[in-house]
Every structure is written in C-alpha cells, then in structure tokens.
Design a protein. Structure first.
Length: 303
C-alpha cells in the first residue's frame, strides 16, 4: 500500500458517478436522478474506516490490497465490525430498497441500524436540507463513528439506542438495516399516513455442532410496508441476509420457530398485507405472530 497512487478529487468524482449509475442499473432503476445523485455525492471511504479494507467473501473476509478509495466503489460488502459480521452493506441492494422507499425532500426519516452512517448520509441527500434524518445504532462504537462521520450534516441526528423503541414521534419513512423476527410496535404506531417502512424479516440458522449460531439471517426477506385501510399493504423486495437483531426484535424461540417454518414453506413473495391483533379471520395467513400477522390477502381500503 505505501507508494501506491491515489485518485485525485476529480477522478474520484468520475468514479462515484459511474458507480452510482452502475448500482441503479444493476437493479433495473432507469430513471431516479435524485437517487443517482445521492449515491454519487457521498464518499463511501469516509464511512468504512482507514485501509486496509476487508471485503466479505465466501463466509469470511479478504483484504483489499489497494489503499486507493476507488476500489470501494463496487458492489461489495466492506467490514465494519468483522467479529460480529457487521458490514457496510451491498450498494445495489440499498439502491433497490431506497428506490422503493422513495424518501422525498422535506420528509422525516428514521434509519435504524445505521452502522457508521453511509446510507444515513445518502438518506440525508434524498430528503435535502428541509428534511430530517434520525439515525439509531445499538452498538456504541458504531454509533460514535456514525456521529463523527455525520457531524457535518445539520439535518442528521445520531443516537445510540434500541431500534425497537424508536421513533417517539411520527415519521414519513423508516429504514431498518438488521433482520428482525417481527416489526416493532413503534414502527407501526408512528408511521404517518402515506408513510413507508422497509425492514428485513429474518431468522438465524440452527445451532451448529459447536453450539454456535451465525450472526446473519439464514432465512429472510425484505418487505415494504405502507399504512392502508384497516392494516398495512406489504410488498416483497426479495430474499436477503442481514445481521440479526439483538434484544426483543430477535424474537422468542417460538417466534423464531414459526418464522423458520414459514420461510421453509415458501411463498414469502406472495405476502400482501400486515394486520395487527390476534383475532382469527378469513384471510389466508402466511405467518401468525404474537399480536400481528402477514397474509396473502390484501387489506381493505376503507377505515
């Protein structure tokens, strides 16, 4: 790494623009200039720490042998806390999800599981100076790094906290970046009419022969949730693997077992609604949780 040539600012700007266009094109986004500009504007190397950088590969990590920041502008996961399996996630996946979330200028956004703040910074670009982004990170070291990285962003507030408890006030968008066994009550309670929630629903794999369980979700999917009528409409965003939640959102053994069974049975992509409550109904249910359910049938539009 010593003696290697590093790209200058002009060259980096060209690389970031190409990267932004590639990430959007790779997931079929043909026309979202605001999202392209956001990806092109934020310096990824600021949020992943100093080199040498470690790229996730085949269940482990490989060292990127260059210290030139141009090497991080590709669709790879870069380690943030490798001992815990926490990475700066796939840019193409986040391009897909942020396009679905659709943050608009002036909106209030909650980013849960913010890591060191890279995608928080992209959210801040999308909502602009009149918007607000609250970033919540459970890990104190990552939260401190995020606060430092985002100190120059007046529209962003970073807190160290449990994502299950936030938000305390209504928000327009909630963007969750860890796998939960269930949505938090606060997410559903404080989503504004017309608001959008994206979260990964996931469950860790079984305990191995050494009594260990992986940190990443073994079965999981991303969902877009929107208030509608008597419940919430749900759109499937694809199968994913995220680091699993800690605390209440990790789920009880019974919740994890039910989720494991539901994913094992398939058809996660056909879920179209989320309902609250335990009462049985005539809807076709994919997963019955404690006080909530996911079903194949749409929600009614009337309240």
């Amino acid at each position: 790494m010593p003696g290697q040539r590093r790209a200058n600012d002009r060259e980096l700007a060209i690389v970031r623009r190409a990267y932004a266009r590639q990430m959007l094109a790779s997931v079929g986004i043909a026309d979202n200039p605001a999202l392209e500009n956001a990806f092109a504007a934020v310096a990824r190397e600021r949020f992943i720490g100093p080199p040498p950088w470690h790229m996730s590969r085949g269940g482990g990590y490989a060292v990127l042998t260059s210290s030139d920041p141009t090497v991080v502008y590709q669709d790879v996961l870069i380690a943030l806390a490798p001992e815990r399996g926490v990475n700066n996630g796939s840019p193409s996946l986040h391009a897909h999800w942020l396009n679905a979330l659709g943050p608009r200028p002036g909106e209030r956004v909650l980013h849960i599981g913010a890591g060191t703040g890279y995608y928080t910074a992209i959210l801040a670009q999308l909502v602009g100076p009149t918007g607000q982004v609250l970033a919540v990170e459970y890990d104190p070291t990552l939260a401190e790094r995020a606060a430092d990285n985002l100190a120059d962003q007046p529209s962003v507030t970073v807190v160290k906290g449990d994502g299950a408890e936030w938000p305390y006030e209504p928000v327009d968008c909630i963007y969750v970046n860890f796998a939960a066994a269930r949505p938090a009550e606060a997410w559903l309670d404080r989503l504004t009419p017309g608001g959008r929630l994206i979260f990964p629903l996931g469950v860790p794999g079984p305990v191995d022969a050494r009594g260990r369980r992986g940190r990443q979700s073994f079965r999981g999917a991303g969902y877009l949730v929107e208030p509608q009528g008597e419940g919430f409409s749900v759109s499937w965003l694809g199968m994913v693997s995220f680091v699993c939640a800690e605390g209440a959102l990790a789920g009880t053994p019974a919740e994890q077992a039910a989720l494991w069974t539901a994913f094992g049975g398939g058809d996660a992509e056909f879920v179209s609604s989320l309902r609250r409550g335990d009462e049985k109904s005539s809807v076709r249910t994919w997963l019955q949780g404690d006080g909530w359910s996911l079903s194949y049938d749409p929600v009614t539009k009337e309240r």
